[in-house]
Write a protein that binds this ligand. Structure first.
Ligand SMILES: [Zn+2]
Length: 416
């Protein structure tokens, strides 16, 4: 498990919550792309989350269903098309900002995805999301399939193993639109799942996708800007060139820190985005080239320990794993934050706060330590313990002066 890479993926979610929290009802922007294809976009917390909708005489088909937090809004928006609930939901890949809304329409829509999607959504950190059965794909494939819907052939083709292990593309052949999920991030560096993705495969897989597409298609990534095939080629060139530079320099004995210091990717500064800058991209690449065989994560054993033995006993179990099974499991300083954050999202606040506190004790100088204080502070506030809330939020602000939300809550608490 790659700490940084997984951290990035998760921090996207963390910021989504941090910034989406006060707004409560997030709204989708609706753009009509062709006679039958619409795009719903929303701010996922500093990055765009897109859902593509096919509307026609056969009814509604969705590509991705967005975050769980926006699922009710999605439902409202989809019903406004006047064609009822979707017949099909196709998932571009497993990540929660694409699959979190899968179950909002109940069991009726047929979910379609890569063969690995079922197992992935029921493993590792995804266990904490407790995806209901209706979120999982009923139709899976590992090569390709076609769906004939709203007067066009929709080709689904599997390209797993780069961004995560369930990446597919969805090609609306008449509409000349291709949803590529995270196989493009528009004009920005992409992210790579630390558990199931592999940065070394990214350039090759993206090259394969480009090779089968005609010149007149519009490329729609799950997050980054829509573009032409030439834009997609520019993204691919960036992948090939930055990968070659980092690989070559590392073969000369340089490490990630040196490459960052030498700013070897300065020419690709324009690809920096809201969650991956060029130094982080160097980290992703360096990690991919140096340590591809990751250890297991503690998420599954911890999930079952909490479920079966309760939170206190699960913490004893954590210490046992850390003290006696270090060879088997990865302890990267962030795993406790992930667990706390997932518990927080499913409203298990008492359990969540235990993990945030454990994390600050185990890793007082970790990358996620400020976030542990941040969320623990918010939970204590919700529980009515104003003084502890203040102490934790102050600590968060001390570690991360950019934590404006903590600052605002502290001011509110002082006024109360
Ligand atoms: Zn993703």
């Amino acid at each position: 498990m790659s700490c940084l890479i997984f951290l990035m993926t998760l921090m996207m979610g963390a910021f989504a919550v941090a910034s989406a929290y006060p707004q409560e009802s997030s709204v989708f922007d609706v753009t009509q792309l062709t006679d039958r294809i619409y795009k719903l976009s929303t701010d996922g917390g500093g990055y765009t989350v897109k859902i593509i909708v096919s509307v026609g005489e056969d009814g509604i088909l969705l590509v991705d269903a967005g975050q769980k937090a926006t699922a009710e809004d999605l439902k409202k928006q989809v019903l406004e098309f006047g064609k009822g609930i979707p017949k099909y939901i196709i998932s571009t890949h497993a990540h929660v900002e694409h699959t979190g809304g899968n179950s909002i329409f109940g069991a009726a829509p047929v979910v379609i995805g890569h063969k690995n999607l079922r197992t992935t959504l029921r493993s590792g950190l995804y266990l904490f999301d407790e995806f209901p059965d209706e979120s999982l794909p009923e139709i899976t494939f590992s090569d390709s399939m076609s769906l004939f819907f709203n007067n066009e052939e929709i080709k689904l083709i599997a390209y797993p193993g780069a961004h995560d292990n369930s990446d597919i593309i969805i090609w609306f052949t008449e509409s000349k639109i291709v949803c590529v999920g995270a196989l493009s991030n528009g004009s920005h560096f992409p992210s790579v799942d630390g558990g199931t993705g592999d940065i070394r495969k990214y350039p090759g897989i993206v090259g394969e996708v480009i090779s089968i597409l005609p010149d007149d298609v519009t490329i729609i990534p799950g997050h980054g800007e829509d573009g032409t095939i030439d834009d997609f080629r520019a993204f691919h060139d960036m992948l090939v060139e930055t990968t070659n530079i980092v690989r070559t320099e590392m073969a000369r004995g340089k490490d990630a820190a040196t490459l960052q210091e030498e700013d070897v990717l300065a020419d690709w500064a324009s690809f920096e985005g809201s969650y991956v800058n060029r130094n982080q991209w160097i980290q992703y690449l360096a990690r991919g080239f140096t340590n591809p065989d990751y250890k297991k994560t503690i998420f599954e054993p911890m999930y079952y320990a909490i479920k079966e033995k309760g939170v206190e006993e699960s913490i004893t179990h954590y210490h046992d794993l850390k003290n006696n099974h270090r060879e088997e499991y990865e302890f990267d300083g962030n795993e406790l934050f992930y667990i706390g954050y997932k518990l927080y999202l499913i409203d298990k606040l008492r359990e969540a706060v235990k993990f945030f506190e454990l994390s600050t004790n185990e890793y007082p100088e970790g990358k996620t330590t400020w976030m542990c204080y941040h969320f623990a502070g918010k939970i204590y506030r919700e529980m009515g313990d104003k003084e502890t809330a203040k102490a934790f939020l102050k600590k968060s602000l001390e570690l991360n002066p950019d934590d404006t939300e903590a600052d605002e809550i502290l001011k509110e608490l002082d006024r109360e």
